[in-house]
Ligand binder design. Structure first.
Ligand code: SIN
Length: 518
């Protein structure tokens, strides 16, 4: 082992190179920490792909109270109200904090921050950078700040494959990269590993986003929450490229309309129209596609030739696909975009396992409920990173060197899992398909093969989706189409899930039943 790695034992380990990981690392300074990123910083995190924006009540006609009401409305009855209240108050200072760290946001002609509109927001409150390159600018500025912070050691191109737990507490991490494997002893781990979009055929997330943080936490014994809630963005560019380029909701905020191939505006009679909550719009688009029609976003009236200036990144994607939005509508379809569920954490980002925190998309704070309000998540990552950093520094355990003898598991591979997850956990779900998915996923989850970690994540999601016998927010069951007033939020451990899954698999498949008895 290199002397460098040897020096790192005992330091808090932050896993993930997106906004949540970068901010947590920066805000723990001057405490020495290790940041581990599977890819070189600034290349593959979901943050880099984020076009929109960061929500904060900054306009003269806006207030945290209005932001709170919009967040609760989108969350469809499942938001944690205390968390929402703290978040909306902390959002404007979070934007100011980013500016102090060097992030350059777009400005209006009067010099104030330019505020955009997105679905289900009652006010213009979304700040962007470089039009539609907000995430890229965030990562640029934060990486620059991080490289100048001596207390942060960055290990790039290393994937954490297991968390080590001793006596119910975090004891270390096992990681692997091109240079070999590394075992680091630590009593403090912050997961900032992003989402699960890579488990779906159609996604706007990096294809490597397979829910690794969820698998790490679940295998360490942590509780996960709200796993059934996956947000599908209604307007990904309908091209073969993966991840699918997003056509930001900010485009609809500028007045673009959704039409079918005959030019019929199919959301004309829906309250909110194209700016109805994202789950409503995604289901409407998906219905059109299921009926054999194509769906387009028409920007010709509202933006016309201004499109390229206002949305340069999206215009470039369109042009690469041979589409000119100034003169023709843009073909779109929904894609898995954000996971509201995650590692269940308290107000400081602590999970149910001592020494394990989570921040950003991998965490479930309760802010988003059943459906995230657009552009709340980047802001949440910044707000939560501050709380997590403070909590981590206040709770630092005495440095102890653990003896680590464990085998590093294989690199996760979701190719067998993606078709199952896409078929069962999409925009519209039903009990029969979910049961079959559980039966199909369980054997993968129980092996130590490369599909095992993605299977564990998809299995936990499918069991949660089966358990929620209602339709709410982003979770829509054709067999339970109504809201169930008494339904609350669900938490689950891996052990509970495997027990439930075994029972479900027995019911779903006689073959599974026979093979489990052998
Ligand atoms: C978008 O720009 O439409 C995405 C914003 C978000 O997902 O919050």
């Amino acid at each position: 082992m290199s002397p460098l790695i040897d020096d790192l034992h005992g330091r808090p380990v932050i896993i993930g190179g997106g906004i949540a990981g970068l901010m947590t690392a920066l805000l723990t300074a001057p405490e020495p920490v290790v940041l581990i990123s599977g890819t070189p910083l600034g290349t593959e995190a979901s943050t880099v792909l984020a076009q929109g924006g960061m929500a904060a009540s900054l306009g003269a006609d806006d207030s945290p109270e209005l932001h709170r009401l919009d967040t609760l409305g989108a969350g469809d009855g499942l938001c944690d109200e205390a968390v929402v209240r703290c978040f909306v108050e902390a959002a404007p200072p979070a934007i100011a904090k980013l500016e102090r760290l060097g992030v350059v946001f777009d400005r209006a002609p009067d010099g104030g921050l330019r505020l955009g509109l997105e679905a289900a927001h009652s006010r213009r409150r979304i700040v962007h950078a470089a039009g539609d390159a907000t995430g890229r600018e965030l990562v640029r500025a934060l990486t620059f700040a991080l490289r100048r912070t001596n207390s942060i050691t960055v290990l790039e191109g290393m994937e954490v494959r297991r968390l080590l737990v001793e006596d119910g507490k975090i004891a270390g991490v096992l990681a692997a990269g091109a240079g070999g494997t590394v075992a680091l002893s630590t009593g403090t781990v912050v997961l900032a590993t992003g989402g699960i979009g890579g488990l779906f055929n159609d996604t706007t997330n990096p294809s490597g986003s397979l829910g690794q943080g969820l698998a790490l936490a679940a295998r360490a014994g942590a509780e996960l929450a709200d796993l059934e809630f996956v947000q599908f963005h209604p307007t990904a560019l309908d091209v073969p490229r993966r991840p699918m380029p997003l056509v930001s909701e900010a485009v609809r905020g500028e007045g673009a309309v959704l039409v079918d191939e005959r030019g019929r505006r199919f959301l004309a009679d829906t309250p909110g129209g194209e700016l109805a909550p994202r789950d409503v719009v995604a289901r409407a688009v998906s219905r059109e596609l299921a009926a054999g029609r194509r769906v387009f976003l028409d920007t010709r009236q509202c933006l016309g030739p201004l499109f390229t200036k206002r949305f340069p990144g999206i215009a470039a994607f369109c042009h690469q696909a041979g589409i000119n939005p100034a003169v023709e509508p843009i073909p779109v379809r929904p894609a898995a975009h954000y996971h509201m569920g995650g590692v269940a954490v308290d107000a400081e980002g602590r999970s149910s396992v001592a020494g394990l925190w989570a921040c950003g998309e991998v965490a479930c704070t309760g802010l988003h409920g059943a459906n995230r309000l657009a552009s709340n998540s980047l802001t949440e990552a910044v707000v939560s990173a501050g709380l997590v950093a403070e909590s981590v520094v206040a709770a630092l355990p005495a440095k102890r060197r653990h003896q680590i003898a464990a085998t590093v598991p294989l690199r996760p591979d979701a190719s067998h899992i993606r078709p199952i997850a896409s078929g069962a956990l999409g925009i519209v779900r039903d009990g029969h398909t979910l049961q079959n998915a559980v039966a199909a996923l369980l054997p993968f989850a129980e092996t130590g093969a490369a599909a095992s970690d993605p299977a564990v994540v998809a299995l936990m999601m499918a069991v949660a989706a089966l358990r929620r016998e209602e339709s709410r927010g982003a979770h829509h069951r054709v067999d339970f189409p109504r809201h169930e007033d008494r339904a609350g939020r669900f938490r689950q451990t891996l052990e509970e899930t495997l027990n439930a899954a075994a029972a479900i698999a027995e019911m779903a498949s006689p073959v599974a039943r026979r093979s489990r008895r052998v």
